[in-house]
Design a protein around this ligand. Structure first.
Ligand SMILES: [Fe+2]
Length: 382
């Protein structure tokens, strides 16, 4: 039985089937698409397709298409077994549905209007580790908002890894599985100083760019060292409204990013605003500390810098920023390909400050969120 709107009407020819649902939605399906998506051609256990596209007839012809118990039943002229397509399945996979995300990202532009303690997701460490619906809901919010918090994470060296075992897979770097953010003399990276840091995404010079980042507050300072975040996805969409040419310039200009230290030399080229093939904003890469000279002729450089400055100017506007003081045992996780982060300056001489961080692969967090939701929906604990 169909859970959604039933199919109200069918029209068909030998090469396509047009479907109209009772609520007025319409889609049409090519015969080769229908033939390629026969359930019978998938392994019943794994669900993986057993045939390749060249195994299909180039132009499979439909002998008849009709509704049987609310589903589409297609008979084929070449004698292949009749195929049944459920109404909801067709609707979900139609061109009208598009490639919807499993859990949609929800941009938040005016960060200053948010109260992070109330408007963003928080979960206790022990509750996260308990799994089930609370973990599923928190992971979904992490994916939707690109930013979520934990509290009560043990302030030990291993605390962050214990917590992240319930969130995603660690992406090691030259720093190892974790890195420590605290002031050191003559730092190789300005993150390891007392300086305030402007909004940025981490490590655009890596391939791939770290997906999610976690920062665990082991020792916090009562004055300075506040965490600042802004939603790069919302800001990129805002720039597209304000100044479409600048948006295009940032999406089309490959920017070299470079980081070197005693033991690494990391380089990658990517645009500041990265688009998916359908034009959606896929990622934002903004890091003033590691952008290398962009090889542009003078005219192009002037246009690029106008766009870059406009976007950078948006990042300086207080209304787009959410600020929060982490307390000992708090942990923040954010989508490093979307949410920019920074901090206010602090004085390590007066108050030491120590955060421990790590990166998570982006696909593992997305997968954890999807699996947790599926398991919670099915009433299982993960
Ligand atoms: Fe950073």
């Amino acid at each position: 039985m169909s859970a959604g709107s039933p199919i109200g009407r069918l029209d068909w020819t030998a090469r396509r089937v047009a479907v109209e649902w009772a609520d007025g939605a319409r889609a049409d399906f090519a015969s080769i698409w229908l033939r390629d998506n026969r359930r019978e051609d998938r392994d019943p256990h794994s669900g993986q397709r057993l045939i390749d596209v060249v195994d299909l007839p180039a132009h499979p012809r439909i002998r008849s298409a009709r509704l049987v118990d609310g589903a589409l039943l297609v008979d084929w002229e070449d004698g292949a077994a009749a195929t049944r397509y459920d109404s909801d399945w067709l609707r979900r996979h139609s061109s009208a549905a598009g490639a919807a995300e499993e859990i949609a990202r929800k941009p938040w532009l005016e960060g200053a209007a948010l109260d992070p303690g109330r408007d963003l997701a928080w979960l206790d460490f022990e509750t996260l580790r308990g799994g089930g619906m609370p973990r599923a809901a928190w992971l979904a919010r992490l994916w939707q908002d690109g930013l979520a918090f934990l509290r009560g994470v043990p302030t030990t060296d291993e605390g962050i890894l214990q917590a992240m075992a319930s969130v995603g897979r660690i992406a090691e770097t030259n720093y190892g599985a974790v890195f420590d953010v605290r002031s050191v003399p003559r730092p190789e990276n300005l993150a390891y100083s007392d300086l305030g840091l402007g909004l940025h995404t981490d490590n655009p010079y890596r391939e791939p760019v770290p997906g999610f980042q976690a920062l665990h507050a082991l020792v916090t300072s009562p004055d300075g060292g506040e965490s600042v975040f802004a939603d790069g996805l919302a800001l990129a969409l805002h720039l597209r409204e304000l100044a479409p040419e600048d948006f295009d310039r940032l999406a089309r200009t490959p920017v070299p990013f470079h980081y070197r230290s005693a033991d690494v030399d990391l380089r990658a080229r990517r645009p500041i605003i990265q688009l998916a093939c359908d034009g959606a904003v896929a990622a934002v890469h903004y890091n003033n500390r590691s952008i290398a000279p962009v090889p542009l002729a003078a005219d192009e450089a002037e246009r690029f810098y106008a766009a870059y400055r406009r976007f950078g100017g948006l990042l300086r506007e207080a209304r787009y920023r959410v600020t929060w003081r982490l307390r000992d045992g708090d942990l923040v996780v954010f989508d490093n390909q979307r949410v920019l982060h920074g901090r206010t300056a602090f004085s390590s001489a007066r108050h030491p400050r120590h955060l421990r961080g790590c990166y998570l692969t982006r696909d593992s967090v997305q997968s954890a969120a999807a699996c947790a939701r599926r398991a919670a929906t099915e009433g299982r604990r993960t």
